[in-house]
Design a protein around this ligand. Structure first.
Ligand code: FES
Ligand code: FES
Length: 160
């Protein structure tokens, strides 16, 4: 089976019912995506599947075949000269000094990136609702909320 992650095609040896999370982490070595609950509850394993924030711990890898997967390693953009530009969400999480232990952070950022792509000027209530199902055991919720608002502003500035 072949899957496409961060624009690169990979031939996968895992069985079709293997959760995408373990293929990403164990078979392909992309360890930025984290295991939290394994039950689709906490959000720490969130990746994008065709641009939609998706919990990779409960998605069989076979369901990802033929789709475009993005992990935290592919969120930044790299130009032809190899210069990397962080995604506005990554920059905002740095600017607001959000992470503590950081375990939940790639899932938080992937959720936020998909959210602001569809809602470029979110209200505070919309941010709370969109991010509410991503748990942070360190309790960084206020900074996460601020960072998502800041990321939306950065994204609009860079789009101008
Ligand atoms: S590890 Fe996937 S939702 Fe918790
Ligand atoms: S920063 Fe530690 S779980 Fe969120």
């Amino acid at each position: 089976m072949q899957i496409t992650i961060n624009g690169e095609a990979f031939e996968v040896q895992s069985p079709p019912d293997e959760p995408l999370l373990w293929v990403i982490r164990d078979e392909l070595g992309l360890t930025g995506t984290k295991f939290g609950c394994g039950l689709g509850i906490c959000g720490s394993c969130t990746v994008h599947v065709d641009g939609v924030a998706t919990r990779s711990c409960i998605l069989p890898v076979s369901a990802a075949e033929g789709k475009s997967i993005t992990t935290i390693e592919g969120l930044a953009t790299v130009d032809d000269a190899g210069q990397e530009t962080l995604h506005p969400v990554q920059q905002a999480f740095i600017d607001q000094q959000v992470p503590q232990c950081s375990w939940c952070m790639s899932g938080q950022m992937m959720t936020a990136a998909a959210f602001i792509a569809n809602n470029p000027a979110p209200s505070e209530d919309q941010i709370i609702e969109a991010m509410g199902a991503n748990y942070c055991r360190c309790g960084c919720y206020f900074r996460i909320k601020s960072a998502v608002a800041h990321a939306a502003e950065l994204a609009q500035e860079t789009a101008v």
